[in-house]
Design a protein around this ligand. Structure first.
Ligand SMILES: [Zn+2]
Ligand SMILES: [Zn+2]
Length: 153
């Protein structure tokens, strides 16, 4: 049980680093053509090309869940898969629903951390192009946003 919980937490936390790296070096790199419409929205369609990343990033999680479930000796991969998938789901809730309001719920929050997180991501969106970005992570961001939100309270 200890191993299971540790692996889930470790995988979840590692994903923040993976997401940061992927966002900075893949999405703002050679996969920019898929990510660009998330920065320059034309608003005509509910879906963005950027949504392909849900499929791309879901696949490793699904593969680990399947291997961990069906291959007895690889059972621990199941917990890594759960951590990765939980991160993906959290990312969707925080990024697509809370920040970008693609569904009109979780409109607002008094929570200082969530407000700081949203401001940090809005700073990421101030940059419309591929270069010179900031705040590529999601759940972790520079501490100054937290300090500023705390002052507002
Ligand atoms: Zn971006
Ligand atoms: Zn965004």
């Amino acid at each position: 049980m200890f191993l299971a919980i540790s692996l889930v937490i470790l995988a979840f936390c590692s994903m923040e680093g993976v997401a940061w790296l992927a966002h900075k070096y893949l999405m703002h790199g050679w996969l920019w053509h898929l990510h660009a419409d998330h920065h320059k929205k034309d608003g005509s369609s509910f879906f963005e090309k950027n949504d392909y990343f849900f499929l791309i990033f879901a696949l490793p999680g699904i593969a680990l869940l399947a291997l961990g479930s069906f291959v007895g000796s690889l059972y621990y991969l199941l917990f890594i898969g759960i951590g990765i998938t939980a991160y993906g789901f959290t990312y969707f809730l925080v990024h697509d629903i809370f920040i970008h309001q693609r569904f009109k719920w979780l409109r607002n929050s008094n929570n200082v951390y969530l407000r700081a997180l949203r401001r940090a991501h809005k700073m990421h969106h101030k940059h419309l192009g591929k270069e010179d970005g900031e705040c590529f992570g999601m759940l972790l961001f520079p501490a100054r946003y937290l300090k500023e939100e705390m002052k507002r309270n």
